[in-house]
Design a protein around this ligand. Sequence first.
Ligand code: PXP
Length: 237
Amino acid sequence: MRFVLNVDHVATLRNARGEEQPDPVTAALVAEEAGVDGIVVHLREDRRHITERDVRLLRELIKTKLDLEMAANEEIIKIACDVGPELATLVPERREELTTEGGLNVIDNISLIKDTIKELHDSDIEVSLFVEPELKNIEVAAEIDADYVELHTGVFANAVTEADQFDELEKIRAAVKLAKKLGMGVNAGHGLNYQNIKVFREVPDIDEVSIGHAVIARAVMVGIKEAVREMMRLIGG
Ligand code: PXP
């Protein structure tokens, strides 16, 4: 199973001070050195974290692959076609949400999503649809020529009881099986962390997991000692 890192939260921290650090592009390059298989960023309409500058620099500098998460929005589609990520992952987007809150409603938005897939394909960009692990979504994704589905794992991640977690894993297993049968690749993401990844690894045939928050949060904790020591050396205390 490949692991792609979402660096949006590095940009969130940078933008909180309106300064240049920490730079999500540098974070991506360090993550590549550590061995990630790809970098994910979500270019939102409101540019609350990742900016166009980040996307263009990442395209130029990273050596793995770029997965651009995006809404099916004309302005963003144009940028995607111009930048040329290896993969565009279509996600729903609402301005007021803290993060992407669920999968795409592919059934009610079928013609918009189909046209968007075609436009991205015309620019040689593979397309993944971020969906809930429901069989109908997988069938529709295959019908409209998606290359991948990314299964939303948020419900699994938030399950309180083992029984609920098990039920959601079963849905994910069935969705993976159908997606593979219909010839699509399968990615998965949202809410995966250092605890639940152990259970999640038992689901076979997932090509890639996309993880952001847990890894960036952990990076702060494992990095803080070294950062304090460095400053203490400079202060001379
Ligand atoms: N996949 C998609 C489509 C997402 O929108 C997100 C959140 O940005 C992720 C994966 C990563 O989720 P998390 O930050 O919870 O690991």
